[in-house]
Design a protein around this ligand. Structure first.
Ligand code: ADP
Length: 168
């Protein structure tokens, strides 16, 4: 059984992530999409909200499971008996950091390999940060995320912006 982990923040999940999930799910028996539970990153969406969004948009993929983890990814890989970590590369700027992490992980556990998928060209520019930036100004995010998630993203900014409205 070939099990891989695709870890990330997915705050929120974008078409770039979905493309990665669909492509890597074809390569393995089971793909575990693992949301890093890292409150230091001050995420927009709770882990529970992110699990539910990912569950919805991957329901057509029977070998994809959604979960969350905290602590070291490489420890989590051992725990769920995954031998592959999937990461996406959008640009050279991603590479240096990803290479360092992948090499560190191999030193800690040589049974686990990292596989890099290059982004599909149409999503090379896309990140969760871009989605949040555009949504925070009420801009059109339909090119970045599935339609069924759009309202949930805009809603976050309505609740964030309200206290400011009162002050001004
Ligand atoms: P992290 O905080 O770990 O970078 P992200 O949620 O931003 O988490 O991304 C998770 C993974 O998805 C990373 O490997 C990242 O490189 C990849 N990724 C993000 N956006 C894209 C995209 N547009 N195309 C391909 N891969 C992407």
């Amino acid at each position: 059984m070939k099990r891989a982990i695709y870890p990330g923040s997915f705050d929120p999940v974008t078409f770039g992530h979905i493309d990665m999930i669909e492509r890597s799910a074809k390569m393995v028996d089971e793909l575990v999409v693992a949301i890093l539970n890292n409150s230091a990153k001050n995420p927009l969406f709770s882990v529970k909200e992110r699990v539910s969004m990912l569950d919805e948009i991957t329901c057509h993929l029977p070998n994809v499971k959604i979960t969350c983890f905290d602590g070291l990814l490489i420890d989590f890989a051992r725990k769920i008996e995954a031998t592959i970590i999937i990461r996406g590369l959008r640009a050279v700027t991603d590479f240096e950091y990803e290479l360092q992490i992948a090499q560190t992980n191999r030193i800690i556990n040589s049974q686990v390999d990292t596989i890099f998928l290059t982004t599909s060209l149409e999503y090379a520019y896309l990140s969760s940060t871009i989605v949040k930036e555009v949504a925070s100004y009420g801009g059109d995010i339909s090119h970045f995320v599935p339609e069924q998630l759009m309202e949930r993203i805009y809603e976050k900014y309505v609740t964030i912006q309200n206290p400011m409205d009162v002050k001004n």
